[in-house]
Design a protein around this ligand. Sequence first.
Ligand code: 3PG
Length: 220
Amino acid sequence: MDVTMNISQKLSALQVMQDAPVIPVIVLNDVGQAVLLARALVAGGIRMLEVTLRTPQALACIEAIARDVPEAVVGAGTVRSAADAQACAMAGARFVVSPGYTHAVGQACRDAGLPLLPGVATGSEIMMAQEDGLTELKFFPALQAGGTAMLKAWGGPFGDVTFCPTGGVSMANAAEFLALPNVACVGGSWLTPADALACGDWDRMTELARQACLLTRRVA
Ligand code: 3PG
């Protein structure tokens, strides 16, 4: 964790990526769990939290974390439209992650002053994001779309891009991704397992976050 970063300031996409080796991808069904989960991950050293817009409660969860856990930086994931981006900004999200890229989502994030990590899986998608000035991108779905071999191949033509591989990344393979010169962090859902969430096992999630923070990366 970059302890020198003032998290109350506006962040860049690179700062979001560089804060910890892993950005947890979170699915919350219960607003009552949002604050407890955020505190558990922060206790383990992870404060950039991606709450996905995959449940009806997601925006309320983002709002609760933004309000009650000032040590965390809550972001919104699974943002697929300009309207999603605007709703997240209203809820207090500080960064946006999307599974793909459209100019409309890019524009909405710029208008809202929110850093965006858009998902890309092809060279054309990277070029489209770059046309709009984005050089920090999520590689999604990382394992399914070519894994570390794809990132190595992209290192040539897209040597100015930094990636956050997400999708199929786990404690078992995260180190291979983080060893690459064009990877600043990885994303993954393994820090918040559904069974741990179901029984409110916050200590387990703190421990998973702690282990994730021990991962070393080439780009920091
Ligand atoms: C997602 O958007 O679901 C993320 O890519 C998380 O994928 P994972 O569950 O494989 O970590």
